[in-house]
Design a protein around this ligand. Structure first.
Ligand SMILES: Nc1ncnc2c1ncn2[C@@H]1O[C@H](COP(=O)(O)OP(=O)(O)O)[C@@H](O)[C@H]1O
Ligand SMILES: CCCC(=O)OP(=O)(O)O
Length: 367
């Protein structure tokens, strides 16, 4: 028996869709959403129907039959910390993502989009390895402020796919390895997979700055800016997450553009570029300390990993820790589809999501 699965991955500027027949992709499209178009929607959830209709229009236009689908799987969003693996989309999850997510992120639309399509076909909707998978060990959660605990928030989908690929290609058991994976995209995060569990990670606001993200900022200066600049929480969040990092320094999120400027002799561009690579290397070294340096491999993945220049800079600084592997690009659609397939074949059990209050976002903000 074979299974057909529709995977849906909403990103900040696109919605990617793909149909898989068992492990093989048989069709895929990326639907772009321009900045002007998205400006018509005051909140993320206001985009839901627009994205849904575009998915259906694209599928209909390309004559892709839906009636033989076995399941729909969406990218999991910012739920309160969850276990790794597959979750059945239920009402509690949909309400949490719409009304009480840990943060605003396009992936919060993955579950409701999958659910809308699946509901009409009377098939299950799933999410897989959401952004907030949290398997951290207690010691890595503690900060110097008792009202703030660290929690998982990473590019888990692509990171676990890269870790599993590394294990598969090298004939190793993922559950025996200590691997550090850095996802180098518009946002940068790194995580430590120890014996099959993500025991620590460095999120996009805790470490390296990235093409569009500010990364870790000195706390005292940050609170001074927040207290004195008169901007709202949403405006400040946007400055950290969407218009920080390389964009703030150099006016672009495109690493290739920065490399062209460097080749043309732009020393300021070179400083920022090299600082970003150094920041990634420092994150990797921080994670290595958690397992006392016993790291089997370091994996660099995401769009920036296509850059030989950038990965060489990071590799040069971390190869003393462990061998570095480059898996450029991301594998999110395949990871989603394969996750759902494992549930359909009975290899894995889908978790049931139960609503929980958000306790990990800044408690002051929630008061
Ligand atoms: N071939 C390449 N060489 C260098 N940088 C690249 C290449 N392809 C993509 N990038 C850079 O990767 C970043 C986007 O990574 P990606 O993983 O696609 O991001 P997102 O997080 O938006 O999915 C951008 O800075 C882009 O310029
Ligand atoms: C850090 C959580 C995941 C995330 O921010 O994803 P994008 O970089 O794709 O926005």
């Amino acid at each position: 028996m074979s299974y057909k699965i529709l995977a849906i991955n909403p990103g900040s500027t696109s919605t990617k869709i793909a149909v898989y027949e068992d492990e093989q992709e048989v069709w895929s499209r990326s639907i772009s959403h321009s900045t002007e178009e998205l400006l018509n929607y005051p909140t993320l959830f206001d985009q839901l129907m627009m994205r849904y209709e575009k998915i259906i229009d694209t599928i209909t236009y390309h004559d892709i039959p839906l009636t033989d689908l076995s399941a729909v799987v969406g990218r999991g969003g910012m739920l309160p910390p969850v276990q790794a693996g597959t979750y059945l989309v239920n009402k509690a999850m949909l309400e949490q993502l719409e009304f009480d997510p840990v943060g605003e992120h396009a992936s919060n639309l993955g579950a409701p989009l999958a659910y809308r399509v699946a509901e009409q076909l009377s098939i299950p909707a799933y999410i897989y390895d959401p952004v907030t998978v949290d398997e951290m060990i207690d010691i890595t959660r503690v900060t110097g402020w008792k009202i703030i605990s660290r929690f998982g928030k990473c590019h888990n989908l692509n990171m676990r796919a890269a870790a599993l690929r590394y294990a598969r290609e090298n004939g190793l058991d993922y559950n025996d390895q200590n691997l550090i994976i850095s996802h180098l995209g518009g946002g940068i995060t790194s995580s430590l997979h120890s014996k099959g569990r993500i025991i620590d990670m460095i999120s996009d606001d805790e470490g390296a700055f990235a093409p569009e993200r500010a990364g870790l900022l000195p706390g005292q200066q940050l609170v001074a800016v927040c207290a004195k600049c008169g901007k709202s929480y949403e405006e400040l969040s946007r400055m950290l997450r969407r218009t920080g990092g390389m964009l703030d320094h150099l006016g672009t999120t495109d690493l290739r553009e920065v490399e062209k400027r460097i080749a043309g002799g732009d020393e300021h561009a070179e400083l920022i570029y090299e600082a970003m690579a150094l920041n990634v290397a420092k994150d990797i070294a921080r994670l290595a300390a958690v397992v006392s340096g016993e790291v089997d491999a370091i994996i660099l993945t995401g769009g920036i990993a296509y850059s030989k220049k950038f990965t060489a800079l990071v590799t040069g600084r971390v190869k003393w820790i462990a061998p570095v592997k480059i898996f450029a690009g991301e594998n999110e659609m395949e990871s989603l589809a394969h996750g759902a397939l494992r549930v359909l074949t009975g290899e894995e059990q889908a978790h049931e999501y139960a609503a929980r209050p958000v306790v990990t976002a800044c408690p002051i903000e929630k008061e």
